[in-house]
Structure formats: structure tokens, C-alpha cells
Design a protein around this ligand. Structure first.
Ligand code: GDP
Ligand code: MG
Length: 427
């Protein structure tokens, strides 16, 4: 590369502000990524609107493309919305009573036991309370888990009054020197009035120091309503996000945060009793955006040194097209590359396949041309086209189509060059 061209390109970098066109295109991708991650539609809309405000008019940085820069704004904001830094629940020296609430199957019983093991390991003396007054099987499940982790389980009797439960619980705190009580409560498959009333009464009688809503990350969209109702009716002080080991992308977390504004303290990452981690907002932000995949794409592009041809649009030849195609192929299958772009899989029609074989045929056609023909396709008369078709094992129609497509592409690039300026052409 001549120094002058390189200098010209360097000048384009880091100049000007993020344009509205850059922003619109990138935000559309972001919104699709969020919806794919099961973020509630309204929540996604509000989030994207916030990003738009933040990113528009930002100075374009030296080392990043506008799209990369917008993505980094999104990542930071998403981390912030998910809580910023990892946080731990308040733990006093004594008298801690934590209430676990949530729908049936969300993971309350499992996580009561996980928390008991986790804090026992930190030198605490937990007590588990099986407070499902409706289902003996649920209390049996906690008793078995309690035995496994070596923590006593206080069993509430069928139809026991909340005041009685509260009294028994306090006796344990006082006479057995327990300093962290984990109350596993009843859940229903759907929110219902009886469940909420029962929980509210038990909570009022016991007076927990934390009320932790257990949210199944696989519930996706539904997490919004569940969190809203539990927070309004019971009052939630923190969240536990379970089943993050599944293939859920974690949109439920964003919904639960959005309506409760309470910290997510823990993430459940397996069925096993040691499958509990502090919750890291930045990690989930990456997962929601599919940044892991995106990073791979950026790295691959760098490795293959995929660069736009440094020519004015009018000067681009079929040889340039071939060299671009080869560079793309170096990165792997074209279809694989498309799939790595967040949101792309949803935008493509169902069953869409990029035909690598078709790319091979195009390449064969160009290779069958003389260098002069490649530089100036205008000289391609009927007999030349016939020769090329025969040489490449294709048909004259395919040759015609390639040349037509190339002409159209060149015309389009010229208009873009004129109307949108150099910034867009660089992309
Ligand atoms: P509860 O009805 O809210 O008490 O839910 P459970 O604690 O009984 O859990 C319901 C099911 O989800 C059980 O089969 C658990 O083993 C499973 N489970 C709970 N937490 C997790 C988790 O973090 N990861 C996985 N993979 N499974 C979990
Ligand atoms: Mg249970």
C-alpha cells in the first residue's frame, strides 16, 4: 500500500460523529438479539431507545468502527441495567431470615438447599424451613436435601397457622444458635390469589430480613408478569436467577430487573447442590448479546485481513471481487459466518442456506476470463462469453448473470459514494 492511501484511510478513521444511519442499522440488530434472548418486547424497546440517546452524536473512536462502538455502548448499558457489579445479600451476625418465593418449579427448594450449603461453607449455622403447607412431597424433598448438606430442616405441619410457624422458627433461632434461616415456601404453577394471600400472611408473621424471588431463566417473557405480581403483593428485596446452565439466553433477568429494580444476587448453574454462583451482570450481558460469537467473528475477520478494496468504486474490477471472495472463504463457510452475526439467524428466511457451491461457480467463471476481460468486462461479446462458459463448465446464462450483477453492484456503489459520503463507503 502506498503511504498516501494509508494516510487517507487513517484520516477517515476517528473522524466525525456516529451517524444516524450507522446507529439505526446497528440498533436494529441489537433489538433482534434482545428479542431472541427472550427479553420482553417493551423492555427491549425502552432499552434500545435509551441506547439511541446515548450513542447518537458520540465521537467516532480511532480504533473502532461505528458499529463496534455502538455495540460497546450497548454492552456497558446492559451490564449496568443488570446491576453493574456483582452483589451479595445483607447478612447480619444473627437473626437472618430469608424467604424464598416464586412459581412452582422455579427452583426454590433446590436453591434453599444450595444456599444452606454455600453459607455453611462460610461458617454459618443455617436452618432450612419446609413451609409448603399444602404438599407433603415438597417438604419431603427439602428434608432429603437438608440431610445431604447436613443442615437441620424444620417441617411445617399441614395447614399450620403462620403465627405458629413463626413461633417455632424463633425458638430454633434462640435455642439452637441458628443464624441464617432459609424458608422454602409453596409455589403454584400460575400466580393465584390463594398463594399470594398465604405467602403474605406467612411473611407478615415471620418478618424475613430478605425476600428472594426465585426466577427460572427459561421462563423468558413470562418473567415480567411473575416478577411484577410477586413484588407488588409480597415485596421482593432480591432475585435469584436459576437454570442459567440451560440454553436460555437470559432475557428473563432483564425483565425481572426492569420491574423490581432489585439486585440479582445468585445464579443457579446446575441441578447439583454446588451449582450456585454469585451473579455477574457483565457475563449475562455478553450472553444476551451473543458477544461471545460476535467476538469470534471479529477475530476471524482480523485474521483473514478482510479489508474493503482501497479503490474508488468506478475502479473496482472482477479481480477485486475474486480476491474478496477468497478472503471470505479463508474465514470459513460463508453460511457459518452469517450465523455468527447476532440476530442474523432470525432475519434470514427459514431454512436459508448460503450456497458455497454457487460461490465456487462464480469463481470459476472469473478465472476463465483473460486478465484484460476481468479488468474491463465491457469487451465481453457473445463469442467471448461462450468461451468462458465452456472453460468454467458453466452456462452462458450464468456468465451473463454474473456480469449483470457486477455492473449493478458497481452502479450502486457509485451512488452510495456520491450521496452518503466516504464514511459509508469505508464500511
Ligand atoms: P420449586 O418448585 O420452586 O421448589 O423447584 P425445585 O427446586 O423443586 O426445582 C425444580 C426442578 O428444577 C428440579 O428438577 C431441579 O433439579 C431443577 N433445577 C433447579 N435449579 C436448577 C438449576 O439452576 N439448573 C438446573 N439445570 N436445574 C435446576
Ligand atoms: Mg419446592
Amino acid at each position: 500500500l502506498s503511504r498516501r492511501i494509508r494516510d487517507a484511510v487513517d484520516k477517515l478513521r476517528g473522524r466525525g460523529r456516529i451517524s444516524e444511519a450507522d446507529l439505526k442499522a446497528t440498533l436494529r440488530e441489537i433489538r433482534v438479539s434482545l428479542l431472541e434472548a427472550d427479553v420482553n418486547f417493551e423492555v427491549a424497546r425502552e432499552f434500545v431507545a435509551k441506547i439511541q440517546e446515548k450513542a447518537l452524536g458520540q465521537q467516532v473512536l480511532e480504533s473502532l468502527t461505528p458499529a463496534e462502538q455502538i455495540l460497546s455502548v450497548v454492552y456497558e448499558e446492559l451490564t449496568e441495567v443488570l446491576g453493574g457489579e456483582a452483589r451479595q445479600p445483607v447478612l447480619k451476625n444473627e437473626g437472618n431470615v430469608w424467604f424464598l418465593v416464586g412459581l412452582q418449579g422455579s427452583g426454590k427448594t433446590t436453591h434453599a438447599a444450595k444456599l444452606a450449603q454455600f453459607y455453611k461453607g462460610k461458617g454459618r449455622r443455617p436452618l432450612l424451613v419446609a413451609a409448603d403447607t399444602q404438599r407433603p412431597a415438597a417438604r419431603e424433598q427439602l428434608k432429603i436435601l437438608g440431610e445431604k448438606v447436613g443442615v437441620p430442616v424444620l417441617e411445617v405441619a399441614d395447614g399450620e397457622r403462620p403465627e405458629t410457624t413463626a413461633q417455632r422458627l424463633r425458638q430454633h433461632l434462640t435455642f439452637d444458635y441458628r443464624d441464617l434461616v432459609l424458608v422454602d415456601t409453596a409455589g403454584r404453577l400460575q400466580i393465584d390469589e390463594n398463594l399470594m394471600n398465604e405467602l403474605a400472611r406467612l411473611k407478615a408473621a415471620v418478618g424475613p430480613t430478605e425476600t428472594l424471588l426465585v426466577v427460572d431463566s427459561m421462563t423468558g417473557q413470562e418473567a415480567l408478569n411473575v416478577s411484577k405480581t410477586f413484588d407488588e403483593r409480597i415485596g421482593v428485596t432480591g432475585l435469584i436467577l436459576t437454570k442459567l446452565d440451560g440454553d436460555a439466553r437470559g432475557g428473563a433477568a432483564l425483565s425481572a430487573r426492569h420491574v423490581t429494580q432489585k439486585p440479582i444476587y445468585f445464579a443457579g448453574i446446575s441441578e447439583k447442590l454446588d451449582g450456585l454462583e454469585p451473579f455477574y451482570p457483565d457475563r449475562l450481558a455478553q450472553r444476551i448479546l451473543g458477544m461471545g460469537d460476535l467476538q469470534t467473528l471479529l477475530e476471524k475477520a482480523k485474521a483473514a485481513e478482510l479489508e474493503a478494496p482501497l479503490k474508488a468504486p468506478g475502479e473496482i474490477t472482477l479481480e477485486d471481487v475474486i480476491s474478496q471472495m477468497r478472503q471470505i472463504r479463508k474465514m470459513g463457510s460463508f453460511g457459518d459466518i452469517l450465523k455468527m452475526i447476532p440476530g442474523m439467524s432470525r432475519m434470514l428466511p427459514a431454512g436459508f442456506q448460503v450456497d458455497d457451491k454457487a460461490l465456487n461457480r462464480l469463481e470459476a467463471i472469473v478465472l476463465s476470463m483473460t486478465p484484460r476481460e476481468r479488468r474491463d468486462p465491457r469487451i465481453l461479446n457473445a463469442s467471448r462469453r461462450k468461451r468462458i462458459a465452456a472453460g468454467s463448465g458453466t452456462s452462458v446464462q450464468e456468465v451473463n448473470r454474473l456480469i449483470k450483477t457486477f455492473d449493478d453492484m458497481k452502479a450502486m456503489m457509485k451512488t452510495m459514494h456520491k450521496t452518503k459520503g466516504r464514511g459509508l463507503f469505508r464500511r
